[in-house]
Design a protein around this ligand. Structure first.
Ligand code: FAD
Length: 464
């Protein structure tokens, strides 16, 4: 068989010039071979078209173990994919392990929920709605449970619930040895620590069990602000947020002009995590009174309705992205940020307010360590594909002036494994502990196609 899809019926088959060869017993999922539309979709990561030799879609942890064993035996690069929102989840000539068929959303006792790694967060919100439950995740419908959780998860309820990992109770993990283990505070606690911010370095997670939180609805929407005084908007927004209750979550988003239909915009996005409209409006009203506000669509809605679905950037754009955490989102930082942003040309700026439950988790309790931040700042500049490298360097130089006032970086928002990423993501003590965990759980670095923590090098090297 060449091209198409095969239900494996207990084996991974290798396509050989019209024939089939049985390679591994025990795989009950689906294999996609080059040539089908579905293969192409599963082989395409966010903005990057890959050409793996096959895509394996397991239906169980045992399947995942079989697929890993196959990739190891064949010497294939292994890319793990849950929701598919990272450009790092595909490769050329290797295997994509696509968890999209492991996507159940189950409500257990005591408001615990078990989520398949391949579920997407919009579906999770939808399924939990009838139970008046929610887990803070991200802001986008189709972002996957797997990738977002393993990197941390900064979502619309971050001030009241913390990161997604702060509600994680346990995970079912397939180690590269083939062992299937449960990671929690009580079982494999070091693995559990590493999974919460250490990315896909330690094993393939098939299921996550979260403590969900009661939530009947939210008061949410967009406040439109004139884009002419971004510094003033940011200062005013910050002052309001500092005095606001933790139920109020907010992000400032400044976008450039995208053609005559979409002029440059500044927006304050809000999500009050509760269904009491009067209480919510008391918290939101000072934001509606910010200078330059031109309108809003803030209203009571279901949590699932706050999820957005921005389209993927066209492959023809070169994106220069950077981000970091602000311990103190002070006037000096705002001045640097807006000066740099103005010099970038076409660029999106996003600032998320974090103060609250996010800060109450000790820095060493999870592999995500940047717990003293007041705000998360992220910028992405858009260049034409043929822009000279000096243009990218000019943007990075301007950003370095901002970065002096920031700490760390959020790996989930980095599009490429650039040399500075790991040392920014992890303070030295966290990095050293992660490397010990890597040596223990994936000593041969089978899971290397990610923001890679290399087991054998010391000190932690830059990413490849
Ligand atoms: C439009 C958009 C909006 C976003 N919004 C937010 C947001 O609001 N908040 C936020 O925190 N992040 C956000 N992100 C970033 C997002 O968290 C990361 O891109 C994340 O990696 C996506 O997870 P995924 O499962 O969809 O990605 P995938 O591409 O499937 O996975 C990303 C990587 O994670 C690893 N991985 C995934 N699943 C597993 C698994 N089960 N076991 C082991 N390793 C695994 C792999 O290394 C893989 O390459 C956003 C990204 C995009 C593109």
């Amino acid at each position: 068989m060449l091209g198409g899809e095969s239900d494996s019926g207990g084996a991974i088959h290798r396509a050989l010039m019209g024939g089939e060869e049985r390679v591994i017993d025990g795989f009950m999922g689906t294999i996609l071979w080059p040539g089908s539309d579905e293969y192409l979709m599963a082989a395409t990561a966010y903005g990057r078209v890959g050409s793996p030799s096959l895509v394996a879609r397991p239906v169980s942890a045992a399947d995942v173990a079989a697929a890993i064993a196959y990739a190891r035996a064949e010497g294939l690069t292994l890319s793990v994919r849950s929701g598919g929102h990272s450009p790092m989840n595909t490769n050329d000539g290797g295997m994509v392990l696509d968890l999209s068929r492991i996507r159940e959303v189950e409500v257990l006792d005591n408001n615990r929920v078990r989520l398949g790694s391949g579920a997407v967060w919009g579906t999770v919100a939808q399924e939990l709605q009838p139970y008046d439950l929610a887990v803070s995740s991200g802001d986008t419908y189709t972002v996957g449970v797997g990738g977002l959780t393993l990197g941390g998860g900064i979502g619309w309820l971050v001030r009241q619930q913390g990161l997604a990992i702060d509600s994680l109770l346990s995970a079912e993990v397939v180690l590269t040895s083939g062992a299937i283990v449960t990671a929690s505070e009580a079982s494999e606690p070091e693995l559990f620590w590493a999974l919460r911010g250490g990315g896909g370095n330690f094993g393939v997670v098939t299921r996550f069990t979260f403590q969900a939180h009661p939530l009947r609805g939210v008061v949410a929407g967009t406040i439109h602000v004139q884009p002419t005084d971004l510094a003033g908007t940011l200062r005013g927004w910050r002052d309001v947020m500092r005095a606001s209750p933790e139920l109020l979550n907010s992000t400032v988003l400044a976008t450039p002009e995208f053609g005559p239909e979409m002029p440059a915009q500044a927006r304050v996005l809000v999500c009050f995590g509760g269904a009491d409209l009067a209480e919510a409006m008391m918290a939101i009203r000072p934001l509606l009174a910010l200078s330059g506000v031109t309108g809003d669509d803030v209203e009571l809605k279901l949590f699932v309705e706050v999820f957005d679905e921005p389209s993927a950037p066209p492959g023809s754009i070169r994106i220069v992205d950077r981000n970091g955490f602000a311990t103190d989102f002070d006037d000096g930082l705002i001045a640097r940020l807006t000066t740099a942003q103005a010099s970038f040309g076409d660029a999106v700026l996003m600032v998320r307010y974090l103060r609250g439950a996010f800060n109450r988790v000790p820095a060493d309790a999870t592999a995500f360590a940047h717990r003293d931040a007041e705000a998360f700042v992220s910028s992405a500049a858009f260049l034409p594909p043929d822009a000279p490298d000096e243009e990218e360097q000019r943007i990075l130089d301007a950003w370095s002036f901002v970065a002096e006032k920031l700490t760390g970086t959020y790996g989930n928002f980095r599009l490429r494994a650039e040399p500075d990423v790991l040392s920014l993501m992890y303070p030295p003590a966290t990095a050293a502990r992660l490397q010990m965990a890597k040596r223990r759980y994936d000593p041969e670095n089978v899971l290397a196609h990610n923001l890679n923590i290399v087991p054998w090098a010391h000190p932690l090297p830059p990413a490849y």
